[in-house]
Design a protein around this ligand. Structure first.
Ligand code: PLP
Length: 404
């Protein structure tokens, strides 16, 4: 099926209702597609019941919808089984789940390798694990352009390394990680690989088996679905060997006064009532995405990204963070303007209907490595067009006149 990127905006109720809005903050949260919204409303108005508990027909309908959502997520990731898909509240919860449950199998003498480019969600849980268990935490540095310095892998990913946990795509610079090289280095020493796919999923379906990773985490709100839901995918044999993270209803085989035995995955990792309608909405978004013409969308996003970078280069006192336009990058562009705070820049842009994010983007170690405290970020998604880029470049001219 072939879809013109420009027309995609019409499928997003918020954007359709605000034609004057230039939404350039999809790396924080993408807009929600109408099919996802409809699926949530339909579920809540026709099938609302708890799952894995009821024996009445309404509850069975809820069960079916929830398990079908799991199958859709498995297809989106090309997982070998829906049982490898765990619904969580988002990427942060997915990453913490691995840090606790896989982390429980690690101890002193083991090493976890992350990178300087990680979002705090894939940074802090590992520091917390280090505090709990004494594992060693090692960092892959970044190059001046914010890409992982892969030359350092052999010394960091050695025989002590049990897990490499890295982002697939930086939420600040848009740099894609060379996953194949990371996976090859990890395989050499028998280490596992966790990929933080939070920024990758809005750019198309993923293939966890082709990538050769062991765990994959993402959030629904960054791929045109609802908030409050995310996915952790893990290889079946690894999940089966992991203890639960949270205890509660739904994750047990049996509970006695003395002890509890665990359900098999994925239920073992879904304690309590899961985000049911949100999972159903997410599945609708993923289904929609699986029918899009991604090569065409990527070409459109890359064109806008290049146009933006070209325009930004012409602004005096502006420093771009991250790789060249020609590099393998997602359409996420961050910059500093000498003497101007990103919050002020974003506020002035907001008055011109431009929604951008300014701050440290929950990536303070990366910003420190790039020599910045804060930056302004424009992130482009499939519903953006030339008018958004022109408005931003125009808006920045206005910012300079107003603030500089
Ligand atoms: N990882 C990356 C790369 C992100 O960009 C984000 C959010 O911006 C997260 C993880 C955390 O996602 P969430 O806040 O949806 O849990």
């Amino acid at each position: 099926m072939s879809v013109e990127p420009a027309s995609l905006r019409d499928g997003f109720p918020l954007l359709a209702a605000t034609p004057e809005l230039h939404y350039l903050d999809s790396a924080a949260t993408s807009q929600m597609h109408c099919l996802a919204l409809d699926a949530v409303v339909r579920h809540e108005t026709t099938r609302r019941a708890n799952v894995s508990r009821g024996t009445y027909r309404l509850a069975e309908a809820a069960d079916l919808a929830y398990e079908q959502a799991r199958q859709t997520a498995a297809r989106f990731l090309n997982a070998s089984s829906a049982d490898e898909v765990i619904f969580t509240s988002g990427a942060t919860a997915s990453l913490n789940l691995v840090a606790h449950a896989f982390g429980a199998t690690l101890g002193r003498g083991d090493r976890v390798v992350i990178s300087v480019a990680e979002h705090h969600s894939n940074f802090v849980p590992w520091q917390m694990l280090r505090e709990r268990t004494g594992v060693e935490l090692a960092l892959i540095p970044v190059t001046a352009a914010g890409q992982l310095d892969l030359a350092r892998l052999p010394e960091l990913i050695d025989g002590r390394c049990r897990l490499v946990a890295v982002t697939q795509c930086s939420n600040v610079t848009g740099a894609w990680t060379d996953v194949a090289t990371v996976v090859a280095a990890a395989r050499k020493v028998g280490a596992r690989v966790l990929l933080d796919g939070a920024q990758a999923v809005q750019h198309g379906p993923q293939d966890v088996r082709a990538m050769g990773v062991d765990f994959y985490a993402f959030s629904g709100h960054k791929c045109f679905g609802p908030g409050g839901v995310g996915v952790l995918w893990g290889r079946g044999e690894l999940l089966a060997a992991m203890p639960p993270f949270l205890g509660g209803g739904g994750m047990i085989a049996a509970v006695t006064a003395e002890e509890t035995t665990w359900a098999a995955p994925p239920q073992r990792f879904e304690a309590g009532t899961p985000p049911i309608a949100q999972a159903v909405g997410l599945a609708a978004a993923l289904d929609w995405m699986m029918n899009l013409d991604w090569p065409q969308i990527h070409a459109g996003e890359a064109r806008l990204c290049e146009r933006l970078i070209e325009g930004l280069r012409r602004i005096p006192g502006l420093r771009l963070l991250g790789p060249e336009a020609s590099a393998r990058r997602a359409p996420i562009v961050s910059f500093e303007i000498a003497g101007l705070h990103p919050h002020d820049i974003c506020q002035v842009l907001d008055a011109r209907q431009l929604a951008l994010r300014g701050g440290h983007h929950c990536a303070q170690p990366l910003l420190a490595a790039l020599g910045a405290e804060a930056c302004t970020r424009a992130s482009i998604a499939l519903y953006n067009d030339e008018a958004d880029i022109a408005a931003l470049l125009d808006g920045l001219g206005f910012v300079l006149r107003e603030l500089a």
